[in-house]
Design a binder for this molecule. Sequence first.
Ligand code: ZN
Length: 138
Amino acid sequence: MDIISGLAAASQALDVAKKLRQFEKSFDEAEFKLQIAELYTALSEVKIALADAKETIAEKDAEIRRLTEIQLGNLKVVRRDGFPFGVENGKVLPIPFCPTCEQAGTQNLFSSPIKGKFYCSVCHRTEVRIPTAPPPPP
Ligand SMILES: [Zn+2]
C-alpha cells in the first residue's frame, strides 16, 4: 500500500470518527457497530500504509548511503581493459566507473547503455564498448 492510499484511509477514518462524535446519540446500535467496523478497517489500512512507508524509507536510506559512498570515491576498484569497476561488499559492480573522472579523483558510474553507448553524466565521456564481463572480485 502506498502513501497516497494510506492518507486516503486516514482521511476516511477521521470522517468516520467525526460522524461518530456528531451523531453519537442518534445512531442505533447496528449503525454504531457498522461505523466502528469501518473505523477499524480504515485504521488498519493506515497502519499497513505506514509500515510499508517505513520499509520504503529504510530502503531509500540504504540506497542513499550506497550512492554517497560511491560519490565520495570510497570504493575499491578492480580493472579490466583499463576500466575501473567498483567493489561493493565483496561484489564487483556490473558497470565501470568513468576512467576520466577517476583520474580527477571521483567515481562516477557510466550510465546504462543509451542507443548502444555508455555515457558519463559528469565529464560527458562516451564509450561504445566497455568490458562485457566485470573482472572477478579481488
Ligand atoms: Zn566522467
